[in-house]
Design a binder for this molecule. Structure first.
Ligand SMILES: *[C@@H]1O[C@H](CO)[C@@H](O)[C@H](O)[C@H]1NC(C)=O
Ligand SMILES: *[C@@H]1O[C@H](CO)[C@@H](O)[C@H](O)[C@H]1NC(C)=O
Ligand SMILES: *[C@@H]1O[C@H](CO)[C@@H](O)[C@H](O)[C@H]1NC(C)=O
Ligand SMILES: *[C@@H]1O[C@H](CO)[C@@H](O)[C@H](O)[C@H]1NC(C)=O
Ligand SMILES: *[C@@H]1O[C@H](CO)[C@@H](O)[C@H](O)[C@H]1NC(C)=O
Ligand SMILES: *[C@@H]1O[C@H](CO)[C@@H](O)[C@H](O)[C@H]1NC(C)=O
Ligand SMILES: *[C@@H]1O[C@H](CO)[C@@H](O)[C@H](O)[C@H]1NC(C)=O
Length: 446
């Protein structure tokens, strides 16, 4: 659910300030993975039946990451489905099944690639044998978000399938129960869509699939992890208080199951996961919030027409390097971003003309990898924003972000009443009890 919050503040002799900002009630429903910052977000699997020659058929399977800022990192996707009959995969290009399974019914012939009832398919790693490649394959299961790299957000493989033995001629069956093998994603049923059309001969000729089916998969942060994985701390040049991440944002130190590494202690030597292995549980530095990632938002400077923010992302996880990380921030002044240093930046316009959300990510080979906890385990940027004279203010925590997400997962923000305040404002607020606050919540039903 998502709503707009209008805060109208009036005080004697003061101009009327109208702050309009998007506010989230982070009660994200676990059943629908709806993300208000990216309402259409989904990963779509497209199943194109390319040819059918009686006994076997060819399918081209594509996985499109239609998400603005959530990406798929190593160990990558692991696509699986359940065959309706005793189909077997004869051969595959651009990916491979992890198990060949029991192919003993094909004894005496060349054996199929996989005879599993529920095959698990993984991408090939870059540099795979040339005769096993397929266009857009071989990215080690990694898919970038649509914003970060428009050439890397999809993957394709092709396979030749043996029809079920009971039904050797015409009909072929769409398999069931697709799964991407990624935490937090659930896939719906396959549904038939208009056949995909392909360009040939420099777009002068169009061919098309015999049949095309789509499967849509949706992410739910709650399903991926019932506890948050990131938190936000705040500070400002006009106040020496650093507002820390809320206590127990991600876990509580000392509680059962919450392991952490104390300062000065060296983390136990860990065996790093091999390609295609599960990601290890985070092992974090001990802190009051116990989050693997911390984002610090510092209001650094105020100029006549501009103000400057410094954002630092710190990795507190000893067992993970975040490749292709990204950060999404929501702040009303982001529509007047003038310059962003040392990060890539792009506004996200999920709601057409409200330019209050932006995505930050690292510059390739410079800071696109957020290294594991330690002296190099952080990345930082500064940005310059043009003060919008109608709404800009240092009061009421206006300069702090409304929402932050790291790698597509919402970060826990301190409660607004703890934000660093202007020294004189705290005083005048108590001296002027006649200040009126009006709050309107307009709940938008999508
Ligand atoms: C099916 O997926 C493709 C992308 O693979 C997309 O272009 C198309 O719009 C989808 N069709 C439907 C009806 O959702
Ligand atoms: C998936 O995302 C794409 C791109 O945003 C969108 O066009 C499509 O309608 C979405 N599909 C579904 C089923 O929501
Ligand atoms: C392998 O499949 C054959 C025939 O499909 C079956 O007879 C045999 O029991 C299976 N073996 C195992 C170990 O499941
Ligand atoms: C992270 O990267 C550094 C430098 O490339 C490497 O030494 C370290 O082993 C990596 N850590 C993990 C958990 O992959
Ligand atoms: C606002 O959104 C428009 C349209 O997407 C974009 O061209 C423009 O650069 C954005 N401005 C800022 C300051 O983000
Ligand atoms: C800030 O952005 C808004 C919307 O693009 C524009 O109307 C306004 O003039 C900008 N303000 C400044 C100070 O650039
Ligand atoms: C700084 O902000 C904190 C937190 O809101 C507040 O308690 C404190 O009074 C402020 N310090 C000064 C000097 O105003």
């Amino acid at each position: 659910m998502n709503s707009f919050m209008f805060v109208v503040q009036r005080s004697r002799g003061m101009p009327l300030f109208v702050f309009i900002f998007l506010f989230l009630f982070s009660s994200i429903s676990p059943s629908c993975g709806y993300d208000p910052l990216d309402p259409q977000a989904n990963i779509t699997i497209t199943w194109d039946l390319m040819l059918d020659n009686g006994g076997t058929y060819d399918v081209r399977v594509s996985i499109y990451n239609f998400q603005l800022f959530r990406h798929v990192e190593r160990p990558g996707w692991k696509l699986s489905w359940t065959w309706r009959g005793d189909e077997a995969i004869w051969d595959m290009w651009g990916a491979e099944a992890t198990q060949q399974g029991n192919c003993s019914r094909f004894r005496g012939q060349v054996l199929p690639h996989s005879c599993e009832k529920r095959p698990e398919i993984v991408d090939l790693i870059p540099g795979a044998a040339y005769n096993k490649q397929f266009a857009n394959c071989c990215k080690g299961g990694v898919l970038t978000s649509m914003t970060q790299d428009p050439t890397m957000y999809f993957a394709t493989f092709r396979m030749n399938v043996n029809k079920p033995s009971s039904d050797n001629n015409a009909i072929y069956f769409m398999p069931l129960n697709f799964n991407l093998g990624l935490p937090g994603y659930t896939c719906g049923d396959a549904f038939e869509v208009p056949p995909t059309r392909f360009r040939e001969d420099g777009s002068r000729r169009r061919t098309q699939a015999l049949e095309t089916w789509n499967v849509t998969c949706i992410y739910s942060q709650f399903r991926a992890s019932p506890t948050p994985k990131c938190c936000v701390s705040l500070s400002a040049f006009y106040n020496s208080t650093i507002v820390p991440c809320p206590q127990c944002s991600c876990a509580c130190q000392g509680l059962a199951g919450a392991k952490c590494v104390k300062p000065g202690e060296t983390p136990p030597l860990l065996e790093l996961p091999h390609a295609n292995e599960e990601e290890p549980q985070p092992l974090v530095a001990c802190s009051r919030h116990m989050c693997p990632t911390q984002v610090h938002w510092h209001v650094k400077q105020s100029y006549k027409e501009y103000w400057r923010v410094k954002i630092t992302i710190t990795n507190l996880n000893f067992v993970k390097n975040y490749s292709m990380w990204n950060l999404v921030a929501l702040h009303p002044n982001l529509r007047n971003v003038t310059q962003v240093f040392s990060f890539n930046y792009q506004p996200l316009n999920s709601y057409a003309n409200i330019n209050d959300t932006g995505m930050f990510w690292g510059i390739q080979y410079y800071n696109d990898m957020l290294l594991q906890s330690g002296p190099s385990g952080n990345v930082q940027t500064e940005m310059l924003l043009h003060k919008d004279s109608g709404i800009f203010t240092f009061r009421e925590g206006w300069t702090f972000p409304r929402r932050i997400s790291f790698n597509g997962d919402e970060c826990v923000l301190p409660p607004p009443d703890q934000y660093p305040t202007l020294p004189n404002v705290a005083h005048s607020a108590t001296a002027m009890p006649s200040i009126l606050f009006s709050l309107f919540f307009i709940v938008l039903v999508f």
